[in-house]
Design a protein around this ligand. Structure first.
Ligand code: SF4
Length: 430
């Protein structure tokens, strides 16, 4: 087992912050923002996501989430029919009727999102105006907000960014003289959230709020004494709006792997004046356990090469974890969008010779991947089957978004997600 490193006051110098990035534009192979509803509807437990879209949108959601529905779902689709395309007045009336019926049938709904789609944008249905109209009618029992999950020029994790950005204006204002508070921004599985809350409590960091909240009415306050810690790398618009409300972003890598989690917690501890020695003491046992659990996966992964197609926006934090904690060799690390400021601490930790790409020209990238023949490819569902047929082991990137992967307790589970496809491929060729 590797020795547990001491907690230092900053991440390693060097890395590849200035490394050139290959920017590509062309055909892309990604899911649209509607997909994020699959994890968002689990997170905010009294919210409902009403997609205003076509049968295609409904089919996407059913096939992506169908197997996961075990109770009455908290999302649905108001299908835009052909006759709606002819007259917007009809579409608005129809939407009001669907919402009225839904809210009458489901008194448990406290927050309703009207989620725009390609079809609603094509017919220029103004969902923000519809949300205001419906909110006036149903508030205070139900607040109605809107955002776009359309697939045009987006990737699926941006659906969460758009959803949270729509909520920011509804957050209460924290007083200018309120004591400092920590706002953790980005959906985390409840189990992960609970683990982090226990660590913050043990450190004496707080009050701590998580955004999104589990209940629609438990909105966290935001103001000039809010310290914001991003838990996901895809929150460009949300973070900007929170900064406009006075929140200050703490610079940290994502809480992925032992190193990332420690640096992330360290950023919070530092902002609240908690000495590094205290963080060391509070987290020592969990870090030791995680490093022991990672060691057995390192044996399987060290020296193996990995290639990332741009999909979830988690690519850079995952690449950092796999290279530094598991000894994998990074080929191309593609990301749909590179937010240099939010990922500065991640970029600092990547090997200097990493090949970063942003955006996608899928044919050219496939050519590079085939030429490289990596041991493992991380990609979207649409590319996985063809690449498997060509003899490459693949990992679906969307699975990494649905699975709890943050924090010490999940580090080994995350590593195992990369071990499994390699083991499966080995069996196939044996
Ligand atoms: S929003 Fe657009 S990309 Fe997404 S399922 Fe509907 S039509 Fe397809």
């Amino acid at each position: 087992m590797n020795a547990r490193p001491a907690i230092e006051s900053r991440t390693d110098a060097g890395g590849c912050t200035e490394v050139p990035v290959l920017r590509e534009r062309g055909q892309r192979e990604v899911f649209c923002g509607l997909t994020s509803i699959i994890w968002m509807h689990r997170k905010i437990q009294d919210a409902f996501f009403l997609i205003v879209g076509s049968r295609t949108c409904a089919h996407l959601m059913q096939s992506a989430a169908g197997v996961m529905i075990f109770a009455e779902p908290r999302f649905g689709t108001a299908v835009i029919e052909e006759r709606d395309l002819a007259g917007l007045a009809d579409a608005n009336d129809e939407l009001d009727r669907v919402v009225d019926e839904l809210l009458a049938r489901r008194p448990d709904i406290k927050l309703l999102f009207l989620v725009g789609s390609c079809p609603s944008e094509v017919i220029k249905l103004d969902l923000s105006r519809a949300a205001q109209r419906l909110s006036r009618k149903h508030y205070p029992g139900v607040r109605v907000l809107s955002y776009s999950g359309s697939g045009i020029e987006t990737t699926f994790t941006q659906g969460e960014d758009a959803c949270l950005a729509a909520m920011v204006p509804t957050l209460p204002q924290a007083a200018a003289d309120a004591p400092p508070s920590l706002l953790v921004v980005g959906s985390l599985a409840d189990v992960v959230e609970d683990q982090f809350r226990r660590v913050f409590d043990a450190l004496g960091v707080g009050p701590v709020h998580f955004f999104p909240p589990r209940r629609a009415q438990a909105l966290p306050p935001v103001g000039p004494n809010t310290r914001m810690l991003l838990a996901q790398p895809w929150l460009a618009d949300t973070a900007r709006l929170l900064e406009d409300r006075g929140a200050r972003r703490l610079v940290a890598p994502m809480p992925i792997g032992v190193e990332g989690t420690t640096a992330w917690l360290h950023a919070a501890a530092d902002a609240f004046g908690v000495p590094a020695a205290r963080l060391d003491a509070v987290t020592a046992a969990a870090r030791d356990r995680a490093m022991q659990a990672l060691a057995r996966h390192r044996e399987r992964l060290a020296g193996k090469s990995i290639f990332f197609f741009p999909d979830s926006q988690l690519e850079i934090p995952l690449a950092r974890f796999l290279a530094r904690e598991l000894g994998m060799r990074l080929g191309e690390v593609g990301t749909p969008f590179l937010h240099r400021a939010h990922l500065a601490a991640e970029l600092d930790l990547l090997p200097r010779d990493v090949r970063l790409s942003e955006g996608q020209h899928v044919d050219r990238q496939l050519d590079r991947c085939r030429a490289e023949r990596p041991d493992l490819v991380v990609c979207g569902l649409g590319l996985a089957n063809p690449l498997e047929a060509e003899g490459l082991a693949t990992k679906w990137s969307i699975e990494l978004v649905f699975t709890p992967i943050q924090g010490y307790e999940q580090a080994a589970d995350l590593a195992e997600l990369f071990v499994r496809p390699l083991a499966r491929r080995q069996k196939l060729v044996a």
